[in-house]
Design a binder for this molecule. Structure first.
Ligand code: SF4
Length: 358
């Protein structure tokens, strides 16, 4: 099935922040895919307050990506340290920055405490029953709308600036990142005359999101036989999954997991592909945002919430079980049926259809 188009924020009201901000801090989400899905909200805030400097605060590994977000002028690293000392450091950082407003995309109390402690005058975020005082402009009553697409849901915060989320993010991959990715793939054995399909067989969230590595391997073998180069992407933590894919494929897989030195090189790898096949992960969203045709495999999560948005071909395979979507990290059901029932031949046929269409 095709992934949906368009971003339509639910019909919830939020008080409008008066104009005149010189600087707005935006605390970005903690998951890679969520950052991509938040981009239309960032763009809308920038369009509504073009005179304000947008400063993004995000986990350090995501900083190079955050710097490409529309309207973001500066990026500061958020620490993973959950200590009281770290909270004091965040307060100091925000006080030094002197923003007029903070937009806090994570729902956590911890993310909202810093701007409150620092005395940021306008604090926009998702309200909670016991922490309303942390925000000056809170979206209330959002819980029933969590099943909306995440881009639309984040877009509720743009409404505080009188704006609605716009078009999905289209990332312009820097030339240096493309060159670095090209070199990496060449070193790993890429043959220039064969088209490339990239696979993302892991998921930082947990194995419940993962189509079996053996199926990815079967798919890779079929793609190789059909004349494609196949590369895998991932992190150091998913190298074992990648190894199982390569083993099942018979070896001819360009393994980049943990070898892309930063997110920009990963963007370059995704942009070099003719198609990307991915579990519901950050790289799936990045692939759609760089304009590469994408096939997303869903089971434990809901494509209505996190299907990839973009301007090129985007397809999903989702055959829900009665327990789908469970949003669990580890599947408690024997056999993990929501994803194991998807045959490699079915995905191979879907990839061929996408490639023919593009
Ligand atoms: S089979 Fe059911 S419980 Fe297991 S991951 Fe899929 S949706 Fe979740």
């Amino acid at each position: 099935m095709s992934a949906p188009d368009g971003i339509h924020a639910p019909a919830l009201a939020i008080a409008t922040v008066p104009p005149g901000q010189r600087r707005i801090v935006v605390r970005l989400p903690n998951w890679l895919g969520d950052i991509v899905m938040a981009a239309p909200t960032i763009a809308a805030i920038h369009a509504a307050r073009p005179e304000a400097e947008l400063v993004a605060v995000v986990k350090a590994p995501f900083a190079p990506l955050a710097a490409l977000l529309p309207g973001v002028a500066r990026v500061l690293a958020a620490s993973r340290d959950r200590s009281f000392g770290e909270l004091r450091r965040t307060r100091r950082m925000l006080k030094d920055l002197e923003p007029d407003a903070a937009v806090i995309l994570p729902r956590s109390t911890r993310a909202q405490v810093g701007p409150w402690l620092a005395g940021v005058p306008q604090r926009v975020g998702f309200g909670g029953r016991s922490r309303g005082f942390l925000l000056s402009h809170a979206v209330q009553g959002w819980k029933p709308y969590r099943s909306a697409h995440r881009s639309a849901w984040f877009g509720l915060l743009a409404r505080a600036f009188g704006a609605e989320p716009g078009a999905p993010w289209l990332i312009e991959v820097p030339a240096a990142a493309r060159a670095q990715a090209h070199d990496l793939l060449q070193r790993l054995g890429r043959s220039g005359d064969r088209p490339l399909v990239v696979l993302e067989p892991g998921a930082s969230y947990g194995p419940a999101k993962c189509w079996p590595a053996a199926r990815f391997g079967e798919l890779a073998a079929s793609l190789n036989s059909a004349g494609f180069d196949v590369a895998t992407v991932g992190t150091d933590a998913t190298r074992d999954v990648e190894a199982r894919v390569a083993q099942a494929a018979g070896g001819r897989v360009l393994r980049t997991a943990g070898r892309t030195p930063d997110l920009l090189t990963l963007l370059g790898v995704l942009a070099e592909a003719q198609a990307v096949v991915s579990n519901d992960t950050g790289p799936m969203h990045l692939a759609a945002a760089v304009g590469t045709p994408v096939l997303g495999l869903f089971g434990a999560t809901d494509p209505g919430v996190s299907s990839p948005l973009g301007q090129r071909e985007r397809h999903i395979v989702y055959d829900p079980e009665p327990c789908s979507p469970c949003f669990l990290r580890t599947c408690p059901v024997p056999g993990h049926p929501c994803l194991t029932k998807i045959a490699a031949s079915r995905v191979f046929d879907a990839v061929r259809t996408i490639l023919a269409a593009t």
